[in-house]
Design a protein around this ligand. Structure first.
Ligand code: ARG
Length: 460
């Protein structure tokens, strides 16, 4: 192998055979091609405006870059491992197309600020895509919420039946979580939106460049203030991965619940054919593969975060090739998260709610015991702790008789607390319990309708 034509001047021998396999990033960073071309366009225009290269050179460069863009789009561009990465692949092809002008493009620039710029552009777009997919998911949840304002289901704490809630209320809880995820991606995109281009290798450049111009051309709010920081910081990638990890954990919770809920033991929901698979051996099966895969992919996304945090944690300023390890972690996380969000949106919009089954299980386990205690407090002026105790005894009696609280004869309750009147019956059904939870953010249908209205406006 001959010496590399990009830095051949000082090199006599080529790389060891194994290095040709080990060092290239072209296998994955070709995904930055679009960003790299745009970065080069902005840089070349700036060089021409500043009189660092001629208009003639600029035209040759821009024409060459357009040809390369077309070649990549049409799949005729030949990515070469010997040229290491996307930056050198494009520059080398540009030399074939534009001649000596191509050699002037790298003036006042280094691959270090180049890759940092490309990668920021890519992550910025990934934040937008995550947001779009999160909106789809919120809309699917909102659709189910709207249809299920009075669908009562058990609300759990410790996975024990606690108090009844509505399915709409449940859906809205996830809409809130995914809403916060959106703000995390938006924050990430906003904070990363500064341009490293012009930081050059690490120290800046003696050329009279215009960093405001290149920043503006690429849609950045401003150039980064410090060139050492510009080439070396990857906290924007970590922020993306952190936001992705948190969104993935929300997805994982939701997916995990769906896996439980579609099992015969619960039977709360039925997933559509489109989002389930059969078993090759057990004909009765209808497996929630999509939900399980979404749940499983969370591990991958968190792993990506941990991996990149570990890569950057001990690095000295400024650039080190360790940083080449950043891209695959982010690509991998995005490739896991984006389809997971879309699949969950489709699966959730498609699912059928078994309202009868939810209602039946909502009754199990004396979920209106708190309502009884509250009645004792409000009507008999009992201290809550005493009411709690009395209610415990009444629940025990109901259990002995094998009936729900709203089917326990009044006399049985009066044997335990003589002051109880027939009025208590109106708070003991799950419907009454839900309707009573009128506090702000509570599960009462009127409150839930307010939440639905809020999100309908917001997601318009
Ligand atoms: N392929 C490299 C990366 O992904 C580009 C920057 C290389 N710079 C250098 N000085 N080796 O980070």
């Amino acid at each position: 192998m001959s010496t590399n034509k990009m830095w051949g001047g000082r090199f006599e021998g080529g790389p060891a055979k194994i290095m040709e396999e080990f060092t290239p990033s072209i296998g994955f960073d070709q995904r930055l091609a679009g960003e790299d071309l745009n970065g080069s366009r902005a840089h070349a225009k700036m060089l021409a405006i500043q009189g660092i290269i001629t208009r003639v050179d600029l035209d040759a460069i821009l024409k060459g870059l357009s040809t390369i863009e077309a070649e990549i789009r049409e799949g005729t561009f030949e990515f070469k491992r010997a040229l290491e990465d996307i930056h050198l692949n494009i520059e080398s092809r540009l030399a074939e197309l534009a001649g000596p002008a191509a050699g002037r493009l790298h003036t006042a620039r280094s691959r270090n600020d180049q890759v940092a710029t490309d990668f920021r552009l890519w992550v910025r777009a990934a934040c937008t895509r995550a947001d779009e997919s999160l909106i789809l998911l919120q809309q699917a949840l909102l659709q189910q919420a709207t249809a299920n304002v009075t669908t009562i289901m058990p609300g759990f704490t410790h996975m024990q039946s606690a108090q009844p809630v509505t399915f709409a209320h449940y859906c809205l809880a996830y809409i809130e979580m995914f809403g916060r995820d959106r703000t995390r991606f938006a924050d990430t995109a906003k904070r990363l939106n500064e341009c490293p281009l012009g930081s050059a290798a690490l120290a800046g450049t003696p050329y009279f460049i215009d960093r405001e111009y290149t920043a503006r051309q690429l849609g950045f709010a401003r150039p980064m203030r410090n060139s050492l920081d510009g080439v070396s910081s990857r906290d924007f990638a970590l922020e993306y991965l952190a936001a992705a990890t948190i969104a993935a954990t929300h997805l994982s919770k939701l997916a995990g619940e769906l896996v439980q809920w579609c099992s015969p033991g619960f039977g709360f929901v039925k997933l559509s054919d489109a989002f389930t698979t059969g078993s090759s051996i057990m004909p009765q099966k209808r497996n929630p593969d999509a939900a399980e895969l979404i749940r499983g992919k969370t591990g991958r996304v968190l792993g990506d975060f941990v991996a990149l945090a570990t890569v950057v944690k001990g690095l000295v300023l400024a650039y080190g090739t360790d940083l080449q390890e950043d891209k695959e972690r982010v690509f991998d996380a995005a490739d896991a998260l984006e389809p997971s969000l879309k699949v969950m949106a489709g699966m959730f919009a498609d699912l059928t709610v078994n309202t009868a089954r939810m209602r039946a299980l909502a009754n199990a386990g004396y979920p209106t015991a708190t309502d009884l205690a509250d009645w004792l407090v409000q009507n008999l002026n009992m201290p809550f702790r005493d009411a709690h105790h009395v209610t415990g005894s009444i629940v025990k009696r109901a259990e002995e008789l094998g009936v729900d609280l709203d089917h326990l004869p009044l006399e049985e309750m009066q044997k335990i607390e003589p002051a109880i009147t027939a009025d208590v019956m109106k708070v003991l059904s799950v419907e009454a319990s839900v309707a009573a939870r009128m506090s702000y953010g509570g599960t009462a249908p009127d409150r839930v309708r307010e939440q639905i209205f809020f999100w309908k406006e917001k997601l318009k």
